[in-house]
Design a binder for this molecule. Structure first.
Ligand code: UD1
Ligand code: MG
Length: 452
C-alpha cells in the first residue's frame, strides 16, 4: 500500500560554477526553472503533494518560486554542511510527517515521475531505503554504489573517500533517494562528518539503515535522466535532452515536425493533432496550438493561442495575449500582442497588431499598424467583423472600426469609423494629363542644347 509522501528538495547550493548573479536552480530549461521542473516532478510523483524545499540564506527568488508550488514549505539551511545537513534543515516537516520520504536535488531536472515511481515500488517491496543509480560513462566525482552479493545496496562511497578499487565502480549515485523509516530523524541524526570533505553526507544513511537490519535497494536509470547541472554547458546539455524528448513526444502524439531538431518547445506547449511545424520555430511558455494548424518556418510564439486550422508565418511573432481563432492567417513579419483575432481573420503581411480585437473574417492589409501606445498608456483598437483595413494604415488607438467598414490605404485613422462606411485620410489625388510627356521632351531638349 503506498503511503503519504513528503518530498524534500535540496536547493541550497549557490552554484558558483554557473558564474551567475542568480542562484543556480532558477536557471531555466524549456522556459521553466530547474527548481520548477523538480517541484513539478515532486507534485506528480505517486502519493506526492507534501513538499519541503531547502534553500540557502538570502535566496528570496528561490523561496518565492518554491512557495508558488502547491503545498510547499520552505526551510533555510544556514551553512552548507552537506546533503544530510540540508535534509535536516527540514527537520520540522520530517518530524511531523508519517509516511515515506523522497529526496530530490533541484539541480537534477530531467528525472521522470515513472522513475520516481520505481523507487517507491522498492519501498513497497520491503526496502527501507531505495537509491536511484546509473552506469556513468565517466564516474568522476559521483558517489559509488557498492552492492552486496544479493544485489542489494551495501553502501555509497563518495569519490573522495573511496579506495582505488571502489573508484573503479561505474554504478553511481544520482542523489535521488527514497526512505521508509520508522524514525527518519534518528537515522539522519546518526550521520557524522568524519570524511574527506568534513560534510554530513546523506549517503551515509545506507550503512546506518543496514546496521539496523534494514534493506537498501538500487533502481537503475539512464545517465541522461540524472544529469546534474553545475555549469552553463550542462544547462545546455539538459536543454538539449529535454527538447529531444519533447519533439519525440509531439511526433508520437500526431504532430509533424519537418526538421525536429530545429523546433524548441516550452515546458507547457500544447499541440493538437495534425499540427505541422516547419523548421526553426521557437515556443516560449504558454502556447496552445489547435488541430491542423500550421506554423511555418521561423516563427516565435509566446503566451499565445492558435486556433484549429490557423496558418502562422513564415516569420511571424505571436506575443502574450495573441488569441487566434479558427482558420486565422497571420503571415510574414506580422507581430500580434494582446489581440484576439476571430475566426477567419487575416493579417498576412508586415503588420503590428497590439492591444485590441479583430472581428471574424476581417482583413488587415500589409503594413497596418495598431498605434497602441501614446508614450504613457496603452489603448485598444477594435476592428469589427468583416472590416477591411487597406495597406499602410495607422490606426491610432483608442479606436473602433465598425463591422464591414473599409479603411483606405495609407490612412492615419484617429476617429471611429461606422459600420459599412469608408474612411479615407489622405490628400486627394491630382492628375495632369500629358504632363510627363511634355516634361520628358523639355528636359531632353535642354540636355541636347548643353551638348551632353
Ligand atoms: C552528491 C552525492 C553523490 C552523488 C551526487 C550526484 C552526497 C554526499 N553525495 O554529491 O553521492 O553522486 O550528488 O550528483 O550526497 N546541497 C544543499 N546543501 C548542502 C549541500 C548540498 O542544499 O549543504 C544541495 C545542492 O544544492 C545540490 C545537492 O544538494 O542540489 C547535491 O549537492 P552537491 O554538493 O552537488 O553534492 P555532490 O558532491 O555532487
Ligand atoms: Mg553535485
Amino acid at each position: 500500500m503506498s503511503r503519504d509522501l513528503l518530498t524534500v528538495v535540496l536547493a541550497a547550493g549557490k552554484g558558483t560554477r554557473m558564474r551567475s548573479t542568480q542562484p543556480k536552480v532558477l536557471h531555466r530549461i524549456a522556459g521553466r526553472s530547474m527548481l520548477g521542473h523538480v517541484l513539478a516532478l515532486a507534485t506528480a510523483a505517486p502519493g506526492g503533494g507534501k513538499l519541503a524545499v531547502v534553500v540557502g540564506p538570502d535566496m528570496d527568488g528561490v523561496r518565492k518560486e518554491a512557495l508558488a508550488a502547491p503545498g510547499a514549505a520552505v526551510y533555510v539551511q544556514e551553512n552548507q554542511a552537506g546533503t544530510a545537513d540540508a535534509v535536516l534543515a527540514a527537520r520540522e516537516a520530517i518530524g511531523a510527517h508519517e509516511g515515506d520520504l523522497l529526496v530530490l536535488f533541484a539541480d537534477t531536472p530531467l528525472i521522470t515521475p515513472e522513475t520516481v515511481g520505481k523507487l517507491l515500488v522498492e519501498l513497497e517491496r520491503g526496502a527501507q531505503v531505495a537509491v536511484l543509480g546509473f552506469e556513468a560513462r565517466d564516474p568522476g566525482s559521483y558517489g559509488r554504489l557498492i552492492t552486496a552479493p544479493d544485489g542489494t545496496l551495501a553502501a555509497i562511497r563518495e569519490a573522495k573517500d573511496a579506495s582505488s578499487s571502489e573508484r573503479e565502480i561505474r554504478l553511481c549515485n544520482s542523489g535521488v533517494m527514497a526512505f521508509r523509516l520508522d524514525a527518519p530523524l534518528d537515522v539522519l541524526g546518526k550521520i557524522g562528518n568524519a570524511n574527506a570533505k568534513g560534510e554530513f553526507y546523506l549517503t551515509d544513511a545506507i550503512e546506518i539503515v543496514r546496521a539496523q537490519g534494514g534493506k537498501a535497494a538500487v533502481v537503475r536509470c539512464d545517465e541522461e535522466e540524472v544529469l546534474g547541472v553545475n555549469a552553463r554547458q550542462e544547462l545546455a546539455a539538459a536543454e538539449a535532452i529535454w527538447q529531444r524528448r519533447a519533439r519525440e513526444r509531439a511526433m508520437a502524439e500526431g504532430v509533424t515536425l519537418i526538421a525536429p531538431e530545429t523546433v524548441w518547445f516550452a515546458f507547457d506547449t500544447v499541440l493538437g493533432r495534425d499540427v505541422i511545424i516547419e523548421p526553426n520555430v521557437f515556443f516560449g511558455p504558454g502556447v496552445t496550438v489547435g488541430e491542423g494548424a500550421e506554423i511555418k518556418a521561423n516563427c516565435h510564439l509566446e503566451g499565445a493561442r492558435v486556433g484549429a486550422g490557423a496558418r502562422v508565418g513564415p516569420f511571424a511573432r505571436l506575443r502574450p495575449g495573441a488569441v487566434l481563432g479558427r482558420d486565422v492567417h497571420v503571415g510574414n513579419f506580422v507581430e500580434v500582442k494582446n489581440v484576439s483575432m476571430a475566426d477567419g481573420a487575416k493579417a498576412n503581411h508586415l503588420s503590428y497588431l497590439g492591444d485590441g480585437s479583430v472581428g471574424a473574417k476581417a482583413n488587415i492589409g500589409a503594413g497596418t499598424i495598431f498605434c497602441n501606445y501614446d508614450g504613457f498608456f496603452k489603448h485598444a483598437t477594435e476592428i469589427g467583423e468583416g472590416a477591411f483595413v487597406g495597406s499602410n494604415s495607422a490606426l491610432v488607438a483608442p479606436i473602433k472600426i465598425g463591422a464591414g467598414a473599409y479603411v483606405g490605404s495609407g490612412s492615419v485613422i484617429t476617429k471611429d469609423v461606422a459600420a459599412d462606411a469608408l474612411a479615407l485620410e489622405r490628400s486627394s489625388q491630382e492628375e495632369r494629363p500629358g504632363w510627363a510627356l511634355k516634361f520628358r521632351t523639355m528636359m531632353a531638349r535642354r540636355k541636347a542644347a548643353l551638348g551632353r
